[in-house]
Design a protein around this ligand. Sequence first.
Ligand SMILES: Cc1cc2nc3c(=O)[nH]c(=O)nc-3n(C[C@H](O)[C@H](O)[C@H](O)COP(=O)(O)OP(=O)(O)OC[C@H]3O[C@@H](n4cnc5c(N)ncnc54)[C@H](O)[C@@H]3O)c2cc1C
Length: 530
Amino acid sequence: MASLHMARSDPDSFDFSTPLLIAGGGLAGLYCALKLAPLPVTVITDAPLGDGASSTWAQGGIAAALSEGDDWQDHLADTILAGAGLVDPKAASVVVREARQAIEDLLHYGVPFDKDLEGALTFSREAAHSSARIVHVAGDRAGQAIMQALIASVHQTPSITVVERLKVESLITRGRQVVGLEARPHSGRASETVRFACEALILTTGGIGGLYAVTTNPPQAVGAGLALAARAGAVLSDCEFVQFHPTALNIGKDPAPLATEALRGHGAILVDASGQRLMEGQHADLDLAPRDIVARVVHRACQSGKGAFLDARKALGDTFPEAFPTVFQACLEAGLDPRQEVIPVAPAAHYHMGGILTDLRGRTSLDGLWAAGEVAATGMHGANRLASNSLLEAVVLAGRIAEDVRQIKPSIHQEPVRFSQSGYHSLSHNPDHAAFFQLRRIMAEHMGVERHENGLREALIALTRLETASFTTAFRNMALTALMMTAMAFLRRESRGSHQRLDYPACDTQARHSMMTLRDMRALVADMTG
Ligand SMILES: Cc1cc2nc3c(=O)[nH]c(=O)nc-3n(C[C@H](O)[C@H](O)[C@H](O)COP(=O)(O)OP(=O)(O)OC[C@H]3O[C@@H](n4cnc5c(N)ncnc54)[C@H](O)[C@@H]3O)c2cc1C
């Protein structure tokens, strides 16, 4: 058994060599590893498997046009409409068409999707979907059930090696070829790093919500993958587009528990403190309007002091605990009984439409590097993701990557690497607490639901200072991802979908995807600071 603390005298040498490496143990990472079997693959994750992944926290489920009368073209049309003119129709049509296969595969891995008495899948409805097409598990427990099933399958698959509590901090390149990565067993400065060589690296490190003061994401979702790829020279795309979920529970918890959109699908309504409906006169679909629109209304209600609340008393009443056990539990823990009281809500950073630019095989702009799940940008979500399309995209793209890697690396057949897990410590996710607090405040203030050039300029300068002054790689990665996002938001001088500029309210000038490299971002900031 190899030890993680091998002596390394040559800085170009590697501690471990494994042909296929996956960074990230959420839905995209685990599904990809399973689809690669029996090829040996090593999955590295900075938390115990299942923890640290947004996938486990997903409540609603997976969008798939499988119910009677529904079809993939309607799903595609809804996706395109929600994406505010920026959905790549090719990407979206591939993903929605492959939904059936994705659901069948997940059933095969043991995911217990809810079914009726005759054994047919049942579907719920979510905002901006024209049909009930969300497959779900036990009301609001889809993510947990999907991950439990996949983790069990991973444990039964001998070709998969999982290394937990190892934080990836940088990629190792030769020219434009990614040849490995460097990771740290814990985030303290003094700990040593380990270097892995690989032939194919698949990044599935998830989203960026943790960069914001109010988020529904787990603390591990701080956009590390974007920084890793950007430093290695990859092109990032659409990073200005952050989806704010309109109904996070506003109960002072970090991360903020989510009140799933399915509650509104079941008839719950948004009201202010005086009981006035918030969505009346705002959109024809009222409480089931697209997320960006509802998030803005909720944001303004919170800012104005009117407050925003979800009222499920009439729509759900006594059925609440059984229909939405996770939300019910979170309410009870906050001393609220949603059967009898309204639930205070606020928008929270929830999902990143942008990420590392990939094609429909998950290939990035660098050789040897693939990306899938929330860290990637296929263009499918445009400026605003349609609810429950992200788990679907994670599965479809992860499966496509496995196919692609298999085709170009048909000869990989060797014993998996074995690691000694001894000597690992729990990870601290806030290595520099004050700087981390400051970064989250900057993002909340200037990169939130509504943005303005002055604030974005201020944020770029402050984030650059934070990045330069910080002493841990993990934090520099967070600052870099925040900078890439803010730079793209600065350059998008229009309002589109989730990106709302108070100084450019019209949506008609930049119907194209943003693309940026690290060098472009540095040039922009240099220009700004003279
Ligand atoms: C509360 C909540 C509810 C949601 N509900 C739904 C829903 O109902 N339907 C839907 O479609 N989508 C939903 N989403 C979005 C969806 O869950 C995510 O987009 C999706 O799960 C992302 O999967 P992923 O595999 O890309 O990333 P994740 O599941 O987030 O996994 C990322 C993995 O990378 C690891 N990692 C991160 N950084 C590093 C590093 N530096 N080194 C090593 N490992 C690292 C993490 O520990 C984790 O294992 C929800 C999200 C949240 C937060």
